[in-house]
Every structure is written in structure tokens, then in C-alpha cells.
Design a protein around this ligand. Sequence first.
Ligand code: PMP
Length: 351
Amino acid sequence: MDYIRPEIRALSAYHVPSAEGLIKLDAMENPYPLPAELQEILAASLPSLALNRYPDPNANLVKDEIRQVFSIHPQAEIILGNGSDEIIQMIAMAVAKPNAVVMGVDPSFVMFKMIATFVGMKYVGVGLNQDFSLDRDAILSAIEEHQPEIIFLAYPNNPTGNCFDEETLLSVIEKSKKLVVIDEAYFPFTDRSMLSRLMQFPNLVVMRTLSKLGLAGVRLGFLAGPVEIIGEINKVRLPYNISVLDQQATRLLLQHYALFKAQTEKIKIERSRLIREISQLNQVHLFPSEANFVLLRVAQAQDVFNRILERGILIKNLNNAHSSLKGCLRVTVGSEEENTLFLNALKSSIT
Ligand code: PMP
């Protein structure tokens, strides 16, 4: 297999553990199904779809809906991806050249590093402070040293759950003369956003996904920014990357955005309850979260993870993911019932 590049052979495929028969609190999904009225609206629209035809390559109706729902700056351009994963890939493909650097922070979303490797770029991860805040001096000097072509920063960050300091982010955008991607995958769960800063900087683009909002199965992400950047990235996009079904679902469902907002408000209330209850446990250190998950640190994380799994609940064990995540477990905020089951499982697993 020596025709496969050595850096690809050295990778392990992105592993998605089976959740069959388990309560799934490992992947930051919205626990609530599509509201019944939306199921009906969607179902009623399916027979008339032209599945024999290719989709609109520009998905213009979807883009219009996104512009409206998220109040995208009128001068900004947008591009859609099959999930924001695909957008990360498109950005990397458009930029990749030998020895070019992708910069991120460590720990952060693993796809930034993986995709950098896929396209033959070098990934430089700047360590976060112990409390997972952004180390201003470290990142500014790393930019100086490595001159990254792309910087990816998740805001809030995954898997740590916090939002970085806004002033520091702005310094990063100003310091870097190249592309800075602010990944707002967890936007439904925080008031912080860089979207209103679009077009204030020539090198800032903002990426969002509908996955955490409640449409992870649809696979729809978008990137907004100056037309000069988005127009170039659009050239590496495969022509029909958003299917007829995805376009239809996204467009119709976003017309009822308020229903998803209501679900994410419920998730935020549940997040507060989880935080309140976990904070009372002496054996658990809880990190602040502005996302739909919480990160906790326990002694014997592997054992605690296994005991919670034995009680039928799948969470994410990050114990071996990164040196700064020793003892860490990440738990998606589920429905009220799921969270109660998780809390009981956690309490009985740490004692
Ligand atoms: N960015 C971040 C920070 C994420 O955590 C995730 C998913 N876990 C994604 C992007 C990818 O989301 P999707 O491909 O579902 O849009």
C-alpha cells in the first residue's frame, strides 16, 4: 500500500462508536425529534421533489433563508457545505500548498488537524492555558513564527465548552494577514458571536452548522465572509454538494426557526441544571460551558466512563485525547429524562 501517502497510513479513521441501545450523549446532538407539525410540513413537500434532477448547484433558496434567519451582512457572501466538516475541507483544499501551515489551538475540534493532514498541510496547535482560555502571547508569537495560511478557532471551543476572550480573538485576526475561520458550531447555546464583525476585517470568515440546532442528520453548514474569499473557496466546491432532499429540508425547516430556538432554550435550561447538580459533587471538577455539552474531570476517568456505559449511557471519554484532558469526560446535554439518568449514573460511578 505504499502508494497511499505515509501520513494517511499513519492516521486512524475517525471512529464513531456504536450507540445501539444506549442513551447517546457523546455527539452534541439535539435530543428532541422534529416537532410534529414540521414532520407533516416536510412529509407533504416530498412527493413534488424532482429527485430525477440534479439539485440547484448554488442552493440559492437555502442561502436566502439562511441570510434572513441569521441576519447575514448584506455584503457578505455565503457558501454551503455538507456539514461544516465539508467546509473545513474546502477551505483547506483551496489553500493547501507544500509546507503551508494550518493553525489551531490544543485541545480543539480534531477535524482541523485531520483535514490539514488530508490535504498535505502542516498543523500547528497552540496550547491553551490550564483553564482552557486562549494564551494570547503564545498564539500571537506562534502566528509570527509559523505564518499560518489558515487559523481555525472554535467559538465556543470543542471539547472544552468555553468561549475565548473576544479581545484576544480580535488581536489574532489583526495579527494574521491570512485567513481566520471562526467556527461557531455551538452558536445556538451562547450569546457570543463574531458574525456581526463580518466585513470589518478582510481576512475573517464565520462558519456555522445546523447540526447542533437539531438537524445533524440533514448535514448543512455555511461559511460567510467577504466575496473575495468565499468566491475562491467556491471554486473547489463540488457542484451538487447539497442534495435536493437536504435543500428542501433546510429551507422548509428554517422557515420555522422559532421551533428550533425553543428546543435549544430547553437545552440551555437543562445545561444549567446539569451544571448546578454536578457542581455539588466534590469528586468532580466542572469546566464552564457555553455549548450543549459539559466537560468534567474525575479521578479514574476510564472506570467512571465504563460504569456510566454499563448503565446504558454513552458519553465521550477524552482521558487519552490530549495531555491537558487527563481525567476528562464530555457529556452532551440531553433531554430532561436523559440528564437525570446521566446524573444518577455519574453519582453512583464516582463513589
Ligand atoms: N466544528 C465544531 C467545533 C464541531 O464540534 C463540529 C462537530 N462536532 C463540527 C464543526 C462539525 O459539524 P458538522 O459537520 O456536523 O456541521
